[in-house]
Design a protein. Structure first.
Length: 663
């Protein structure tokens, strides 16, 4: 395959709230580029990038789809991400490997909850972003209102480089606001041009002086600062279109090339890459989608998996595009390809070296846990194997199989994800499963400061003595671990073993939930020259930690959701009463255009079936969007116990026997 220079590559993700038109936009881009000959439809289940059976049936994307096109000699790797909150983990993984982004906002619904969530992640990662206002041909489309809400809710740096021509059924495209000749602009076009020029002038004193003096700024004067601001992820060009009709698509494709950067990296440096997506091919086995930041990979290379500390051999490197693939044999810095042969690798694994790999941005927080049921006992091993495979593709499932009770539990984002999992199990593995009613994932945190102590010296040979101090931490701080134990009493290697085991020991607290928001300090420890084995600290650490939690006590924490709600004004009183009953905390309501808009937080536990109730309360006219907010202390009346897996380390005699396989 001919090598492609990095300045001729773009890695771009398409992001949006559900139903804003990501997949339709991707479909139109592929059609315009000549990659596909006929347009598919999300509604008809024929979209090229929605290839799973469940995606075609439901008309939603549940997996990130990697495709590509070429325009003006530039090779664009395009990732179409899901928009539904239940599949936020796919968005999270895609964000990490993008150099540029298109964030789509519907001109009818405007900025929605997931739009804001993704926007914040894009800003944290400083990814240059194009804002594409879609659905200008729809009834109720309001481009100026949408633009103002983008500037109010997302960023004042959003600048229109186009102005829409017409709206709703009269929408006919957009005028270019960066043309030198502006005397032909309509009055409405001038509003967009003014917004562009004034935003730019406010960023530079020289430009502002010219604008005040002359009353205008030329495009030639604007462009250098505009380019710099976009590449520095401080300014964000806004384009308009109607993807369903293909209007605005060529301009959007040109904007990708013009305003989004190519990748950095050195093909001659040591290999550094990340696996951000896994698929399974019936013939070729596991397909690992790799974004390479440095180095060069070739067929038959042996590569080091840093995350798992294993070596694996690359059998093939292919470019996969709309279920067609081409063996290219090479992957260079800055590019994305499907790599075969990495049979033990998992999503998120780093290969080669960690140099140059960006940090992950955590978006998805599963708030529900659910038990899986299968048809017969004979299917149990197959179901476990299937979910193990799915957990490699989505680690947030956190599949837990309890051998003693023959139970399988997993974490999920919501009911749509459960439906999709059942569908995938049936179509891909030929297994029929059902799920129990989901329950909320609570957490625990210490109620006060205390100590945990363990002297694991019997039955011989063993010797591990540990003393921990456990303190409550700030809400949202997670686990903070440190050691002040003297190395002459407890060797560094043993202290490292303890450090590795503390987080595992905190996975189940006094009530069976993960313990978080605490400081754990190893105050002192002791090994024995003859009797101590490193595994003694694997056994002792959970006993010392649980002894400490028994002394401090723990209280429950529950998850809350941020919500934004819009209902017709006549239903406002009824809905607000319902929110208060659910222990919701509300900001002051706002009346806009005959609708009451509310924001606030809601406990997950009390609002599981609220979306369905809202539909009946408002005759289907309520609009609700939610995102995870934070965990906070439960009211005293909430008592959520969870069945413990395995033997409780507080029962030290039985626990020691169990870990020694002597029960």
């Amino acid at each position: 395959m001919k090598e492609v220079q990095q300045n001729q590559i773009r890695n771009v993700g398409i992001f949006a709230h559900v139903d804003a038109g990501k997949t339709t936009t991707t479909e139109q881009i592929l059609f315009e580029s000549g990659r596909i000959r006929t347009l598919g439809s999300v509604d008809d289940g024929t979209a090229q990038t929605d290839w799973l059976d469940v995606e075609r049936e439901r008309g939603i994307s549940v997996r990130a789809a990697v495709t590509r096109f070429v325009r003006n000699g530039v090779h664009v790797n395009l990732v179409d991400t899901p928009g539904h909150v239940d599949f936020l983990s796919e968005v999270e993984r895609s964000l990490r490997v993008m150099d540029g982004a298109i964030l789509i906002v519907s001109a009818v619904e405007g900025v929605q909850a997931q739009t804001e969530l993704i926007w914040q992640a894009l800003r944290d990662l400083r990814i240059p972003t194009i804002l594409y206002v879609n659905k200008l041909d729809r009834v109720g489309a309001d481009p100026m209102h949408t633009l103002k809400s983008i500037r109010r809710l997302l960023t004042y740096g959003a600048i229109p480089i186009q102005a829409p021509i017409g709206v709703e059924e009269d929408f006919a495209g957009s005028a270019n606001m960066l043309q030198e000749e502006t005397h032909h602009l309509s009055i409405e076009d001038e509003l967009y041009r003014e917004m562009l020029v004034e935003t730019m002038a406010e960023r530079d004193e020289t430009l502002l002086g010219r604008y005040i003096e002359k009353g205008y700024i030329t495009t030639a004067e604007l462009l250098p600062m505009l380019e710099d601001g976009i590449f520095r992820s401080e300014l964000f060009p806004v384009l308009f279109g109607a993807s369903n009709r293909g209007i605005g698509i060529p301009e959007l494709m040109d904007a990708i090339l013009r305003w989004l950067p190519g990748p950095l990296g050195d093909s001659a440096a040591p290999v550094a890459g990340i696996i951000f997506k896994l698929e399974r091919d019936p013939d070729m086995g596991r397909i690992a989608y790799v974004r390479l930041y440095n180095g060069t990979l070739r067929n038959r290379d042996t590569v080091h998996n840093v995350t798992q500390d294993i070596q694996e051999k690359v059998t093939q490197i292919r470019k996969i595009d709309i279920r067609k693939s081409e063996d290219v044999g090479i992957l260079q810095a800055g590019d994305i390809a499907a790599v075969f042969g990495l049979s033990r690798s998992r999503i998120g694994d780093i290969i080669g070296t960690v140099t140059g790999i960006p940090d992950a941005r955590k978006l998805a927080v599963p708030l529900l846990t659910v038990q899986v049921r299968w048809r017969s006992e004979a299917e149990y091993p197959k179901v476990v194997a299937a979910f193990r495979e799915l957990a490699d593709e989505d680690p947030l499932l956190d599949v837990q199989w309890q051998h003693e009770d023959r139970e399988l539990h997993l974490k999920v984002m919501g009911p749509i994800q459960m439906e999709v999992l059942a569908s995938v199990l049936k179509s891909r593995f030929g297994l029929e499963v059902t799920f129990d009613r989901p329950s909320v994932i609570y957490k625990e945190t210490p109620t006060k400061t205390g100590e945990g102590f363990v002297a694991y010296t019997m039955p011989k040979p063993c010797w591990a003595i540990l003393r921990f101090r456990i303190e409550p931490g700030e809400r949202g701080s997670g686990l903070q671990y440190s050691s002040i134990a003297r190395p002459e009493r407890l060797l560094e290697s043993y202290q490292n073993e303890v450090a590795r085991r503390v987080s595992e020991a905190l996975q189940q607290g006094l009530h069976g939930w993960e313990v978080t928001d605490l400081k754990v300090t190893l105050v002192e420890g002791e090994h024995h020259v003859w009797h101590t084995h490193p595994l003694d600290f694997v056994v002792a650490t959970p006993m010392g930690i649980m002894n400490g939690l028994a002394n401090t006590g723990t209280k429950l924490l529950e998850p809350l959701l941020y919500f934004r709600l819009s209902v017709p004004e006549e239903f406002g009183g009824k809905v607000m009463t319902e929110l208060v009953v659910m222990r919701g905390e509300l900001d002051s309501p706002v009346i806009r255009s005959g609708r009451l808009e509310l924001e606030g937080v809601l406990p997950v536990a009390t609002s599981l079936n609220f979306p369905a109730r809202l539909g009946s309360m408002t005759k289907g006219r309520g609009i609700l969007s939610t995102t995870f907010a934070y965990y906070r202390e439960c009211p005293p009346e909430v008592n959520a116990e969870r069945k413990r897996q395995g033997v409780n380390p507080l029962d030290q005699a039985k626990y020691i026997l169990s870990v020694r396989n002597a029960l």
